[in-house]
Structure formats: C-alpha cells, structure tokens
Design a protein around this ligand. Structure first.
Ligand code: FE2
Ligand code: FE2
Length: 159
C-alpha cells in the first residue's frame, strides 16, 4: 500500500505538471479531473496505511517534485503527446495494480477493494486520454517510463 500511495502522489504530480503546461482548456480539464481522482486514491491509500499501522514513503516529497517536472516536460511536447503519456502511465499503473492484486492475500478484502476501485478509475483515465486523441508513445520512451517506475516502486517499498 505504501508503493500504491507513492504512485498516487507521483500520478497526481504528473497530471498537475501536465495541466500547468497544457495547450488547450479541454486537455487541462481532463488532466485536472484525473488528478482529482488520484487525490481520492491517495486518501484511500493513506487511510489503509494507517489502519495497517504503517507509514507513507519518506521519499514522497521527491516523487512529487520529480513527477511535477516530468509532467510539465511531457506537456511542453504538445497535448497529443501529453495525453499519450497519460494513456501509457495508466496502462503501466493498471499492470502494477494487477500484480499487486495477485500478491494481496484473499483475506485482506479491504486492501483488495481499494486496489480494484483504483484500477477501474485508472482504466477510465487511460481510455479518456485515448478518446481525446492521445498519440502512442515510441517504444524507447515507454521502456524508460517502465524503468523509472520500477526504481520508484522499489525505493518506495523500502523507504
Ligand atoms: Fe490513481
Ligand atoms: Fe489514474
């Protein structure tokens, strides 16, 4: 749950950064709406972490700052690329949540319900970005994003 929590911080920051530099009002609105839902996810994860007597990642301020900068950079490349970034981010998050669901014990119904609800929202975020004209990002960019996410999730797990 700590990794999910850190991921939601990063997602929210990405979309805030992208919204700041979005070209059209429509794209900005889509990004802010997704960011608001990431903020709900963040609250669910935070509550669950508390219930499990755990704590959020100490690195969260870095995830926020780094992701905000990456989001602004992605948006500076134009709205279609920016939306492509959303679509790819959400696809990877969905994959991560699937893996997490496989590892979560059946008896932890509460964590499972949270992850499932987030997964449904992330799929919707990805679909709305694609509907709004997202371009498919080049394979090396997608690989770089996967690599970055792996470093982040690894670090957030331990710290
Ligand atoms: Fe989310
Ligand atoms: Fe999302």
């Amino acid at each position: 749950m700590r990794v999910n929590h850190a991921g939601e911080i990063a997602a929210q920051a990405l979309y805030h950064g992208q919204a700041l530099a979005a070209r059209s009002a429509q794209t900005r609105e889509l990004l802010l709406k997704a960011a608001a839902e990431e903020s709900d996810h963040l609250a669910w994860c935070e509550e669950r972490l508390r219930e499990l007597q755990s704590r959020p990642s100490l690195l969260n301020p870095f995830w926020y700052a780094g992701s905000l900068a990456i989001g602004a950079l992605a948006a500076s490349l134009g709205d279609r690329i920016s939306l492509g970034f959303v679509a790819e981010t959400e696809r990877q998050v969905e994959g991560h949540l699937d893996e997490h669901l496989n590892r979560l014990p059946e008896r932890d119904a509460r964590s499972r319900a949270i992850v499932q609800a987030m997964r449904a929202d992330e799929m919707r975020h990805g679909a709305s970005a694609r509907d709004a004209g997202a371009t498919e990002l080049p394979a090396p960019v997608r690989a770089l994003m996967r690599h970055t996410a792996r470093i982040m999730t690894g670090a957030a797990y331990w710290m």
